[in-house]
Design a protein around this ligand. Structure first.
Ligand code: AMP
Length: 225
């Protein structure tokens, strides 16, 4: 199964990806995590990407596309992949189609997690992430048992530089300008599964997502949950 998770920053892509990973054997490929890992390791790619990330801007397409296409060549992608944060615009989507087609593969479904903008702002403002396992927590809705420590692995929790208020607004603007057209793009190709991710717990969204992934899409049909 080749899946794409679409949704604004804070829509819950990372959390649903973790549920999906448990349920299906899919390689989770998150472009933002790959950039952050590179930045922490101080690679050239990472330091360059950080200059864009800190401003809430997208990293240029050529850099992003080559990083993802390299990752797609790794052996763990054979049984399926779950792309999170990529593609973010039409040029990236076209590059992905081409690369998959060259190896006889295609995207099966595109899951769009739809969350109202007000809720996104609130979620991103209080978000804390585990520096070891990337599990997200929230000051209000998902507090860790021990303040500052991850419930799963005990790792230190930190607030991402780009989760600061001014950067959050820019990231959302960028998302709506560049990524929104992808929703039409995949809808026209009968791939889109739209999930209402607003006002629900992560587990509630997961139930919807799991149900939606089960029935096969018929031609011309767009599902809403
Ligand atoms: P995310 O963790 O998905 O919110 O991504 C964090 C940041 O990484 C974004 O604000 C961008 O600067 C960069 N980034 C992640 N994915 C992409 C992508 N597909 N294209 C360009 N920039 C990206």
């Amino acid at each position: 199964m080749y899946l794409i998770l679409l949704g604004a920053p804070g829509a819950g892509k990372g959390t649903q990806a973790a549920f999906l990973s448990k349920e299906m054997k899919l390689a989770h490929i998150a472009s933002g995590d790959l950039f952050r890992k590179n930045a922490q390791q101080g690679t050239r790619l990472g330091l360059l990407a950080k200059t864009y990330m800190d401003k809430g801007a997208l990293v240029p397409n050529d850099i992003t596309i080559s990083m993802i296409l390299e990752r797609l060549k790794e052996p763990d992608t054979g049984e399926g992949i779950m792309l999170d944060g990529f593609p973010r615009n039409i040029e990236q989507a076209e590059a992905l189609n081409k690369a998959l087609a060259e190896t006889g593969r295609d995207i099966d479904k595109v899951v769009y997690l739809k969350v109202p903008e007000e809720e996104l702002l609130q979620r991103l403002g209080g978000r804390w992430i585990c520096e070891k396992c990337q599990t997200p927590f929230h000051e209000v809705t998902a507090r860790p048992r021990v303040p500052g420590k991850c419930d799963k692995c005990g790792g230190r929790l930190y607030q991402r530089d780009d989760d600061k208020p001014e950067t959050i607004k820019k990231r959302l603007q960028e998302y709506f300008r560049q990524t929104q057209p992808l929703i039409d793009y995949y809808s026209k190709r009968d791939k889109l599964l739209e999930i209402d991710g607003g006002g629900r717990t992560p587990e509630g969204v997961w139930v919807l997502l799991k149900t939606a992934l089960n029935p096969p899409l018929k031609k011309g049909e767009k599902m809403s949950f």
